[in-house]
Design a protein around this ligand. Structure first.
Ligand SMILES: *[C@@H]1O[C@H](CO)[C@@H](O)[C@H](O)[C@H]1NC(C)=O
Ligand SMILES: *[C@@H]1O[C@H](CO)[C@@H](O)[C@H](O)[C@H]1NC(C)=O
Ligand SMILES: *[C@@H]1O[C@H](CO)[C@@H](O)[C@H](O)[C@H]1NC(C)=O
Length: 446
């Protein structure tokens, strides 16, 4: 069966890891399980070798796809479908993808049949790329086999109909899809939905959760054309490399309403232009806001944290970032091997690429990089962290804006600040904290 053949490699990796682990336990005189979490890592804080970077720290928790997802019974789909469902997705690439995943879960919950989703592109992308322009349709259908039924074409009696639109966004609080959406599906036979974030996925039966997980993390692959471009980019980056999602564009900074000092006049102008009515917080409010971790890290602060984590300044860094990144010298003056896609892909086919397809390139590189770090916690970062986890790539970390703000507001500087940042991020890394992994992933003690 196709499904099991896909899952076998992952399963055998798991088995190999398990047996290795067992060997280590048997060979070592003291069992790692007898030590407490703190005592097992505390030596690191006192005798930290200059040469070992964050990734070399021994982890005690690993996250992996949950068993109930990978071991779902593919023959258990209900024989009868309650109707056809189209998931309508809006916003940036990874936001649309998140909504698609939710929609697939809903479709399975309602025992519906999916038609291909509608990907509508937000105004700021200024383009129109639908689902089929970004993702491989046939692969998606094939991978969803056994999880939920997906069709390319509607039956003839429905093909000329527009779906009945069920607005989920207006339903506040926790609402039950079976109660509020199933009646419309049964009545109209063809509906469209945009999932609401307030839904209670934790109450889903496992088969609906599994459909969501499969759709999101094992059924989406870029189109052949896009993947070709993306792998061309991946090949051009010197190895090994860190993919760094650095968010310090004018719109980001304006949106954050944070105050910054020491920015260039050009940056300040760009931020002001993006601000509109949103004025930054000032005085005490600005300080509180910053300490809550609301302020994007500057490239300069990012470079400082990377150094605190003993990431060598000679590291190859791919900048997964949009156009208009500000103050980038703050990073490139310290980390000198920084690569961007506009530097590596210069042809006309690249200059003609739009927002969503460029975002797809960053996504592809980031799920295939040796390590990934993000200075923000957006949809792309969550998606990349989950995909990397799915692929068994554990060198993934979100830099803590909050820790940086707290420590600096307490007056920590230089070496002291570096030590504090090291400890915070090490502790996160050791237990895989802060990766924002969805329900699809389960904790596994190492
Ligand atoms: C969907 O089908 C399952 C059996 O596969 C059944 O237990 C469940 O009640 C059905 N749900 C709906 C909403 O029809
Ligand atoms: C959007 O695209 C059109 C044509 O491709 C172009 O004329 C227009 O300037 C673009 N708008 C923005 C805001 O980029
Ligand atoms: C950037 O960071 C360095 C320390 O890493 C500091 O000396 C310098 O003043 C910073 N520059 C700006 C513009 O903040």
């Amino acid at each position: 069966m196709f499904l099991t053949s896909v899952k076998k490699p992952l399963f055998s990796i798991l088995l190999v890891t398990l047996s290795l682990l067992l060997a280590v336990i048997l060979l070592s005189s003291s069992s790692p399980f007898s030590k407490s979490y703190m005592s097992s890592i505390s030596p690191m804080s006192t005798t930290r070798s200059e040469k070992s970077d964050l990734w070399s720290v021994r982890r005690i928790v690993d996250w992996r796809p949950c068993k109930w997802w990978l071991q779902v019974d593919p023959t258990a789909l209900p024989a009868e479908s309650n109707g056809y469902i189209r998931v309508d997705c809006y916003g940036g690439l990874n936001q649309m993808r998140r909504d698609l995943c939710d929609g697939v879960g809903v479709a399975r919950l309602l025992n519906g049949t999916l038609v291909l989703p509608k990907f509508e592109v937000a105004a700021y992308w200024n383009e129109s790329s639908g689902f089929a322009d970004v993702f491989d349709v046939d692969y998606f259908i094939q991978q969803m086999n056994g999880f939920v039924k997906v069709v390319k074409d509607l039956p003839t009696e429905l093909v000329s109909k527009e779906p009945f639109r069920v607005d989920c966004s207006k339903r506040k609080g926790q609402f039950d899809y079976i109660e509020s959406v199933l009646p419309s599906l049964l009545e109209h036979h063809y509906i469209s939905i945009t999932p609401a974030m307030s839904q209670r996925r934790d109450r889903y039966p496992l088969y609906a959760k599994a459909a969501l997980c499969e759709a999101c993390y094992n059924a989406l692959r870029l189109t052949k054309a896009l993947e070709k471009k993306a792998s061309e980019l991946l090949q051009a980056i010197p190895k090994p490399f860190l993919s760094l999602h650095l968010r310090f564009e004018p719109d980001m900074v304006a949106y954050s309403q944070c105050e910054y000092s020491g920015l260039s006049i050009a940056s300040m102008k760009a931020i002001e232009a993006a601000q509109g009515d949103r004025k930054p917080w000032t005085g005490e409010a600005a300080r509180v806001w910053r300490n809550r971790g609301k302020c994007p890290l500057t490239p300069n602060e990012t470079a400082f944290i990377l150094q605190a984590l003993s990431i060598p300044t000679s590291t190859n860094i791919y900048l997964a970032a949009g156009d208009g990144l500000m103050e980038i010298e703050g990073l490139t003056s310290i980390y000198t091997n920084v690569f961007t896609k506009s530097r590596l892909l210069s042809g006309e086919d690249f200059t003609n690429m739009h927002g969503n397809t460029k975002a797809a390139l960053d996504y592809y590189v980031s799920i295939n990089s040796d390590s990934y770090m993000a200075t923000y916690f957006g949809n792309m970062d969550k998606m990349v962290a989950a995909m990397r986890t799915f692929k068994g790539l554990f060198k993934t970390l979100f830099l803590s804006r909050r820790a940086f703000a707290e420590f600096t507001s307490k007056g920590l500087k230089g070496k002291e600040l570096m030590e504090a940042l090291w400890r915070t991020h090490r502790d996160d890394f050791v237990v895989g904290k802060g990766l924002g992994l969805p329900d699809c992933f389960c904790e596994f003690k190492l």
